[in-house]
Design a protein around this ligand. Structure first.
Ligand SMILES: [Zn+2]
Length: 105
């Protein structure tokens, strides 16, 4: 079941390209666009059989930006990126794990 840790109250793309998520437990996460793009877990970026990442980070433009965010049910968002990649779905579970903040315990 979802806990407040993995419920997103708000999320948005910031003008600088970061994606901000406010969580139900009060935590706020800020994801640099390139970091999040390179964390994509879709079938184009991760081998479905082995689970190994096939995306090469250096193939992603350093200035990649989120173009559109769409909710996927209540558990995830899909992100369309400025490099044309639009098959990535980021579950809130995954996003919370990816949180780059250092204050997390
Ligand atoms: Zn992908």
């Amino acid at each position: 079941m979802s806990s407040p840790r993995t419920q997103a109250q708000h999320y948005l793309a910031l003008p600088n390209g970061e994606i901000a998520v406010k969580w139900a437990d009060g935590h706020e996460s800020f994801y640099p666009a390139h970091y999040l793009r390179c964390s994509c877990a879709c079938a184009h970026c991760v081998d479905e059989m082995s689970g190994r990442k096939t995306l090469r980070d250096e193939s992603v433009p350093a200035d990649v930006r989120p173009v559109e965010l769409h909710p996927v049910g209540r558990y995830a968002i899909s992100i369309k990126w400025s490099d044309g990649h639009d098959t990535g779905i980021y579950s809130f579970d995954q996003l919370r794990r990816l949180c780059p903040g250092k204050a997390e315990s």
